[in-house]
Design a protein around this ligand. Structure first.
Ligand code: NI
Length: 138
């Protein structure tokens, strides 16, 4: 664990009040925890912008009755098996499925795989959670 340092900085009063409201609404234990997470979020955002090694979670909601869709989604994942760490399939109801795909690789590559899955006809919703392999977060 890194050594802690104490800092002080200047900020406009109106921004300070906004910060305090955000901290209160977000249920952080204190302002420091909130600012730490802001910094970490910025680091992860830059890692995605710079096409670094990253980690992401893709969530798909789709209609499994759509002809060939399940097969196509599985086929696309097999094409990139070296990067896809795990896939969880949940049957949401009689017709709809959810698949959660854990993926590690270069940011642009993950985005491409996400786009190719999301663009399949019958995929009703798709989201990509952009996270990190943990580098530079401490
Ligand atoms: Ni299913």
């Amino acid at each position: 664990m890194s050594k802690l340092v104490r800092i002080s900085f200047s900020i406009e009063e109106s921004l300070f009040h906004k910060l305090e409201k955000m901290v209160a609404k977000s249920n952080y234990a204190n302002r420091s925890e909130f600012i730490r997470d802001l910094v970490r979020n910025k680091i992860v955002e830059k890692q995605w912008d710079k096409n670094c090694q990253t980690f992401g979670t893709i969530t798909l909601i789709y209609d499994h009755l759509r002809t060939h869709l399940s097969h196509t989604l599985t086929h696309l994942q097999h094409e990139h098996y070296k990067y896809i760490l795990a896939t969880t399939h949940v049957h949401l109801n009689k017709d709809l499925c959810s698949e959660v795909i854990l993926i590690k690789g270069r940011a642009k590559f993950i985005q491409q795989i996400f786009d190719s899955l999301r663009q399949q006809k019958g995929v009703l919703h798709a989201s990509l959670s952009m996270s990190s392999i943990g580098k530079d977060l401490t």
